[in-house]
Design a protein around this ligand. Structure first.
Ligand SMILES: *Cc1c(COP(=O)(O)O)cnc(C)c1O
Length: 462
């Protein structure tokens, strides 16, 4: 064994203590450090060492050169995109995922994949899905959407008497994927799957809304020759608008389509009694995407893909090899997702659900939602700013009252970036900014700090 490696092995407990101390310090400093440090670019590149100096030297170098340049995205005022942090239990679970380093995809191995199944059953219950849905962990909502649409593709084949998984996507002919205000990852998934970005057919939304107009969807389906795919959106990123999932599913009585619902973060509305109605009808979907590294507050990379048609999933993702054994009635995870090998990704989610339960996670959802409402109120009261949409759940979409050009908004974003991180958007042709609340640490004090920083910055920018 390399002598440095052998020395690290001999001192492993002390090494883990050093990492523990560094972690505690980084987490304790989250609130004070710049939310996004814009001043320093990346450090000067270093050469690959021929001989290493051991893990503690690597830790010191990381803390010196890299850590100060990382964002405080685990903290309470990183409101860009839709970004969660990691609860204490999720962090513990993630650490132990690396400790046990399981490739939990096969029944020939230990019980890892059963831990994933237990976690999926808990998540199913959390989101009000019935056992008609099975679920698998994937790396994020983009991958969950991709898997859901791969199942849709195979279902279209079933309807037409072909198997795209076997014969290729050309066997399908042209495909139409209908959606009101889909997330950008849907087009990316269609590109990856060979269906093509052009397969996406935009369906009109309700006036002044991002939710699909069910009557327009009805007409678009009537105009579609043959079976179709519908992507329902349960929580759009700009205004967190929800398609009427029950109305969309009811169209199945008259039209033949696969219903995929992108509920990446909107599914968490099911935890809040005031908002649970938004997710009613979710169970009728043929496939459902839910992100976990957002509002469940587990570390990246984690999402779940639910479906009513695991048989199609196995048809698409079966990985036939003599050494893996037969598929069986309850296929091993290696046969259900694009990956073969993958970490025991479910463990962080298992930990946080086991530690805090439905009530603990309901409280996070409700507090974040209350914070979004409060920020919306504060920004509305500021004459320099205006809301672009009502605050429906956990996102505040706003802009400058005067002259909201992308340049002025970028200047505003940069001016506040040490205090609060928000990201740009365009809503109905108007450039704006979004503040998305999904971190478990965020409190009303953070909201006031963010509003104050924005108020001060509107005065600074020309
Ligand atoms: C975040 C998000 C995605 C993509 O999620 P990743 O985890 O970044 O892959 C897809 N759909 C919606 C609605 C989202 O909010």
């Amino acid at each position: 064994m390399d002598p440095t490696l052998a020395a690290d092995l001999a001192r492993l407990p002390a090494l883990l203590d050093a990492v523990r101390d560094a972690s505690a310090e980084a987490l304790a400093g989250l609130d004070a450090r710049p939310v996004v440090p814009l001043r320093d670019g990346p450090p000067e590149p270093r050469r690959l060492p021929a001989h290493g100096a051991g893990a503690e030297a690597a830790l010191a170098d990381f803390r010196d050169r890299w850590e100060p340049r990382l964002s405080a995205s685990a903290g309470p005022r990183y409101l860009g995109f839709v970004t969660g942090g990691a609860t204490p239990a999720a962090l513990a679970g993630d650490w132990l995922t690396a400790v046990h380093d399981q490739n939990s995809n096969s029944g020939m191995d230990g019980a890892g994949q059963h831990l994933e199944r237990e976690t999926v059953a808990w998540l199913r219950e959390l989101f009000g899905l019935t056992p008609a849905h099975t679920g698998t962990f994937v790396s994020g909502a983009t991958m969950s959407n991709t898997v859901g649409l791969a199942l849709a593709r195979e279902w279209l084949g079933e309807r037409l008497g072909v198997s795209p998984a076997q014969d290729g996507v050309a066997a399908l002919g042209p495909v139409r994927v209908l959606s009101g205000a889909p997330h950008s990852s849907i087009a990316k998934a269609l590109s990856v799957l060979g269906l093509g970005r052009a397969a996406l057919v935009p369906v009109p939304t309700l006036p002044g809304r991002e939710a699909v107009d069910p009557a327009a969807l009805d007409r678009a389906l009537a105009d579609t020759p043959g079976p179709a795919v519908v992507v329902a959106n349960a929580g759009t990123v700009n205004t967190v608008d929800f398609d009427d999932l029950r109305a969309v599913a009811a169209l199945k009585d008259r039209h033949d389509f696969w219903l995929h619902t992108d509920a990446a973060f909107g599914a968490f509305a099911a935890l809040s009694p005031d908002h649970a109605h938004l997710t009613e009808g979710l169970d009728a979907s043929d496939s459902v995407c839910v992100d976990l590294h957002k509002w469940l507050n587990v570390p990246y990379d984690s999402a779940v893909q639910f479906t009513r048609r695991r048989d199609l999933q196995a048809r698409v993702f079966a990985n036939s090899a003599a050494y893996l054994g037969p598929l069986g009635a309850d296929p091993d995870l290696v046969h259900l997702t694009p990956e073969n090998s993958h970490r025991l990704r479910a463990l962080a989610a298992w930990f946080t659900l086991r530690a805090y339960g439905r009530e603990g996670h309901r409280e996070i959802v409700e507090r974040d939602t209350a914070c979004a409402l409060e920020l919306g109120g504060l920004l509305e009261a500021d004459p320099a700013l205006r809301l672009l949409a009502p605050v429906r759940l956990n996102v505040v979409c706003f802009t400058l009252a005067d002259d909201p050009t992308p340049e002025r908004l970028a200047a505003l974003r940069e001016a506040v970036s040490a205090e609060v991180f928000v990201t740009p958007t365009v809503l109905g042709g108007t450039p704006g900014l979004r503040a998305a609340f999904s971190n478990w640490r965020t409190t009303p004090a953070d909201v006031r700090r963010a509003a104050e920083a924005l108020r001060a910055a509107t005065k600074e920018i020309a």
